[in-house]
Write a protein that binds this ligand. Sequence first.
Ligand SMILES: [Zn+2]
Length: 97
Amino acid sequence: MIPAFLNDELEGVELKKFIEHVDSCPECMEELTIQLLVMEGLERLESGNNFNLMNALSRKLAAARSGVKLNHTLKHTLIWLELAVAALIIIALVILL
Ligand SMILES: [Zn+2]
């Protein structure tokens, strides 16, 4: 379901289930993060716009999460995960550029 989510093809119950699962499953969150980085990263490298990449995951998850209630601890974990991803992107960009 990760590729479907990234292509905005998930809706309703499917989307809700997906978000709930990803929020409680570190393995799927990691996979989602990697696939999003690959997808968005390639797009942005091609278009020469690298700077919004680190917001892409947060925006996508935030949009999907509206309406899906998150427990506080998970929210906290996700913020750290997103920060870690942002740091990784910066490192990757430094190496690439
Ligand atoms: Zn999972």
